[in-house]
Design a protein around this ligand. Structure first.
Ligand code: CP
Ligand code: NVA
Length: 305
């Protein structure tokens, strides 16, 4: 199999902001090359998945990706680990590094995954933190490139909460030079530490509070849940998001060939209508499938290339 020259040998993947545009594009190329292919390139390796939050797509797609490259996996939840009895994140990372070749981690605070990565002697891959979701945005980028043929000149509109998805998109757009317009209700924008990153300051998102202004003429419309995992579900927050539902009327303001993306799980009738989610512009299930392909590329680049 001919692969684009790319090695992230032994590196962590905590956010796409840590990768160059060339590395991101090479991962997308590798994901396309690896699609539908099996290999024994990771035979004898074991990848741990340490998840402190639920998951459908990330867990299953990482486990299948590892198997398609010949690796074994171990799925660990907090309640099964001594973490639940107070063992530190650092000690957990040090011990798991003696058994495993990589650790895929889903947790809350981003500084926890940074602490874990600093203590681990093996690559740590971010499977979602409260701050970032790099593997998801890689899948989004692959989906957009498949439909549009290119990422050059593409305008992305993100509507909704200033959460891990928007913040990862801010990192990716800065690295790739994409136009990102984000509409969030006042008080629910992205966190200042993300906006203050030097590469983001050089290529900042366009931050708005009007969904129609964000969507106008856009090539891609993206939303995500209003209440992320670990956040308090409050009527006050839902009320603040009135007018931020992606519906047909909002999609009609985008480019006529615009596509709709959502990382899923979706909350129909809240951030998106059933009509848009299941409609002709939606690519959400291709996007979910692409999680498998990009994660194969990530594992290959970090562990095999
Ligand atoms: N999009 C995503 O990360 O889904 P899961 O929470 O099911 O992994
Ligand atoms: N923002 C969502 C993404 C889920 C994949 C959350 O953190 O719950």
């Amino acid at each position: 199999m001919t692969m684009t020259a790319l090695s992230l040998q032994g590196q962590d993947l905590l956010t796409l902001g840590d990768l160059s545009s060339g590395q991101i594009m090479a991962l997308l190329d590798a994901a396309t090359t690896l699609e539908g292919r099996q290999s024994d390139v990771l035979q004898g390796q074991t990848i741990g998945l340490l998840f402190r939050k639920p998951s459908t797509r990330t867990r299953v797609s990482f486990e299948v990706a590892a198997r398609q490259l010949g690796a074994g996996t171990i799925y660990m939840t907090e309640d099964q680990m001594q973490l639940s009895r107070g063992e530190t994140v650092g000690d957990t990372a040090r011990v798991l590094s003696r058994y495993l070749q990589a650790l895929v981690v889903r947790t809350g605070p981003h500084d926890e995954i940074e602490e874990l990565a600093a203590a681990a002697g093996i690559p740590v891959l971010n499977a979602l933190t409260d701050h970032y979701h790099p593997c998801q945005v890689l899948a989004d980028l692959k989906t957009i490139r498949e439909v549009k043929g290119t990422l050059n000149g593409i305008t992305i509109a993100y509507i909704g909460d200033g959460n891990n998805m928007l913040q990862e998109w801010i990192q990716a757009a800065a690295q790739l030079g994409l136009t990102l317009r984000a509409a969030t209700p006042p008080g629910y924008g992205p966190q200042q530490d993300v906006l203050d990153l030097p590469h983001v300051k050089k290529h900042p998102p366009i931050l708005l509070t009007d969904p129609a202004a964000a969507v106008a003429g856009a090539d891609v419309v993206i939303t995500d849940t209003w209440i992320s995992m670990g956040q308090a579900d409050s009527e006050g927050k839902r009320a603040a998001f009135a007018g931020f539902t992606v519906d047909q009327a909002l999609m009609a303001k985008a480019h006529p060939e615009a596509i709709f993306l959502h990382c899923l799980p979706a909350h129909r009738g809240e951030e998106v209508t059933d009509e848009v989610l299941m409609g002709p512009q939606s690519r959400v299930f291709d996007e979910a499938e692409n999680r498998l392909h990009v994660q194969k590329a990530v594992l290959w680049a970090i562990l095999a290339a």
